[in-house]
Design a protein around this ligand. Structure first.
Ligand SMILES: *Cc1c(COP(=O)(O)O)cnc(C)c1O
Ligand code: SF4
Length: 351
């Protein structure tokens, strides 16, 4: 018998007894976990990708790609924009000045276990240490998740800190990906947060509706809509080809449940660094009912330099979008500056 994830654990990759394994947990356990399998499934050979990092499967950030996301990639295309987000490349191992482990100064903002206070009026809870996909450009790939709380009791210092900070009105569940928590864990955490009187909004930052759409279920939607809080969902898609099939259905399920859904993307070289690619992404999102919220300049995290796009290119893309699209379809082009209490716009070049 194959091993299935233990639903009593908040680690979806943990293997244990198989009571009530949800379909998304089964799919996560079946995700692709090596470059060679990824390439096999796409009928590509390593010769098609000379930059492929040979030691990839030995790193501490191994390949992880759910089959649903893989199914939206184009077979035989070594330049597929979804593949390039998840495939390790040789340049990950280069050391480049200016690209550092904690580029966004997360560790400086840590207030208590699992709690980051970086932004005015909002706090981030590192609700889960795991993700359902490993994005090679990830700004938190080096974050020490294993030190963060797991059980509800372990969250109490963070809850006490929020309780004693009446200026905080919004809790953002981040990670990792908070939706890798099972419904029981997630409900416990959300209900605990909703008992803090000055918290009025709960935001969930998640890539699961995009990479593992089966996570979005009727049960999850009722869990979120039954909270005495305004809940918002911020998803993360970078390319129009992600917003298809089961992903499109999952986004519509969230929206039909009454949850506002916003998207944040990262500007990524050879993936979405043209006005056409961004226009297609914005149109796919708004046609699905999702508002394009942010386009992030890449955070300069070690090993991600091959994804960087110059700011002048990003600025030109945004002005092209402004000429082509309604205002609500143009994301805010922003960067994270350590120590700033909100996002900093990458300002438009004046001519
Ligand atoms: C910017 C950012 C936030 C806060 O976003 P706002 O919408 O500006 O409040 C939360 N989490 C992550 C990971 C971010 O990058
Ligand atoms: S889903 Fe988000 S946190 Fe997880 S690897 Fe991708 S970018 Fe990083």
């Amino acid at each position: 018998m194959t091993s299935l994830p233990d639903t009593t654990s908040d680690d979806p990759l943990a293997v244990g007894s198989a009571r009530h394994t949800a379909r998304w947990q089964l799919e996560l356990s079946q995700a692709v976990r090596s470059s060679s399998e990824l390439l096999n499934r796409l009928k590509l050979s390593p010769q098609d990708l000379p930059e492929l990092l040979p030691t990839a499967d030995a790193t501490d950030f191994p390949v992880l790609v759910p089959v649903s996301f893989l199914n939206r990639m184009q077979t035989g295309n070594p330049r597929d924009p979804l593949l390039l987000q998840v495939l390790p490349q040789l340049s990950e191992s280069f050391t480049i000045p200016g690209f550092v482990a904690d580029a966004v100064a997360d560790l400086h903002a840590r207030r208590s276990p699992g709690l980051l206070h970086k932004y005015h009026g909002r706090v981030l809870l590192m609700a889960a240490g795991a993700c359902a996909v490993h994005c090679r450009y990830c700004f938190r790939r080096q974050y020490p998740y294993s030190e963060e709380p797991r059980r509800l009791e372990d969250w109490e210092p963070a809850m006490a800190e929020i309780e004693s900070s009446p200026e905080i009105h919004e809790v953002i569940l981040s990670g990792g990906d908070p939706l890798v928590l099972n419904d029981h864990r997630l409900a416990q955490l959300c209900q605990r947060i909703s008992r803090i009187p000055h918290i009025t909004r709960l935001r969930i930052h998640t890539r699961l509706p995009i990479v593992l759409p089966s996570r979005i279920t009727t049960e999850l939607c009722s869990l979120l809509t039954s909270l005495p809080l305004q809940v918002l969902v911020v998803v993360h898609a970078n390319h129009a080809a992600e917003i298809r099939n089961d992903c499109l259905a999952a986004l519509q399920q969230l929206i039909q449940a009454g949850l506002p859904v916003l998207n944040q993307a990262v500007l990524l070289r050879n993936i979405n660094d043209t006005a056409d690619a961004q226009e297609q992404l914005s149109l796919s999102l708004v046609n699905a009912g999702v508002i394009p919220y942010y386009l992030h300049q890449l955070d300069r995290v070690a090993g991600t330099q091959h994804f960087e796009v110059p700011q002048s290119v990003g600025q030109q893309i945004i002005s092209d979008l402004q000429a082509r699209l309604p205002g609500y379809a143009v994301p805010r082009y922003v960067q994270e500056i350590p120590g700033a209490t909100g996002k900093t716009p990458v300002l438009h070049e004046r001519t």
